[in-house]
Design a protein around this ligand. Sequence first.
Ligand SMILES: Nc1ncnc2c1ncn2[C@@H]1O[C@H](COP(=O)(O)OP(=O)(O)OP(=O)(O)O)[C@@H](O)[C@H]1O
Ligand SMILES: [Mg+2]
Length: 355
Amino acid sequence: MHVLDADRGVLTLTGATPPYDAVAGQVTLMVGEGVTGWVAANGQPAVLVDDKRADPRYRYIPDLQGERYTSMASVPMTSQPGALVGVLNVHTIERRVFAEADVRLLSSIGSLVAGAIVSARLHRNVAEREQARERFAERIVALQEGERRRLAGEIHDGISQRIVGLAFYLSAAADAVATDADFAAKQIAAARLLADQALDETRNAIAGLRPPVLDDLGLGASIASLGRSVPSADVDVDIDVEPGALAEHVETALYRIAQEALQNVAKHAEAERVSVTLRQAGNDAVELRVRDDGRGFSLDDRSVAAGVSYGLSGMRERADLIGGTLRVQSRPAVGTTIVVRVPFGQAAAGSSSSE
Ligand SMILES: Nc1ncnc2c1ncn2[C@@H]1O[C@H](COP(=O)(O)OP(=O)(O)OP(=O)(O)O)[C@@H](O)[C@H]1O
Ligand SMILES: [Mg+2]
């Protein structure tokens, strides 16, 4: 039994009666090659009764020891008309005239096996998708863990150190307040400074999670404010954002991607104009587009291809995590366009299952 790899046009011996089962997986034929390849190419059975070596279709394969056999019948294995799965061959040592009924029987057996192969493939696809989903879930958990560690680090090294210092200054002030009011006032001023710093650090730690501006203004206005704050003064920024209800994690991701894309424009593009659009695309997706007319870059540039910088790969990762895709189109001297497309199934508000 030879199974077809339709993409490569290759037939591989997949199952055989002993002793040829030992070479299963090792014997391959191109479609069109040998009797088996002819059957696959034509979708018709072939019967060779005598002197098969004289048949122009025949090709001798040493591993299969064709010299030991006299006659052969070869039938296409199809799961449904036109869908070739492989080729089933029967060889006989004695001369045998395969009758039409024999060929029909072989063809039926071939279809049964083909059906089993097709459903095994479907099953494997489902299993692979399931695994991909598990890997995806693992990555989300790993990202969440990373985020937690970052927060723990910021609380431990920054905020709680400040509070320890704050307590220290306040105790010193309390001890001194009755006897040395000047000293106490200095301690309180130092405590005040630490309280401000702790507050700043708390804000920063939270901003790393979800940009507060999103809650205050919504995605459209937040992106518009990003546009206004592009640090390079001579670039014209054009923002066109359709309002729409997107899930919170999708808004955060799109905001971060727009932010990095605009930062890249300011840092690298030397552009005159940049436009940011967020629109519904087709019936089933939203699309964020950041396009500049700057110097562009080559995607095979070594540092870009090696992914040494975080920006582009981070954008792609964020797009992936919300079930979207990211495309980067860039040509030297023409400009750069970043397109993120997120299917509605993932993007619409209320679709985030557990957060
Ligand atoms: N809009 C753009 N115009 C021109 N070149 C760009 C643009 N965006 C990215 N690039 C090029 O692609 C490279 C990779 O971009 P990426 O954002 O990954 O890294 P970075 O901006 O150099 O560093 P990071 O974002 O990690 O701070 C940049 O160094 C730059 O050469
Ligand atoms: Mg960057």
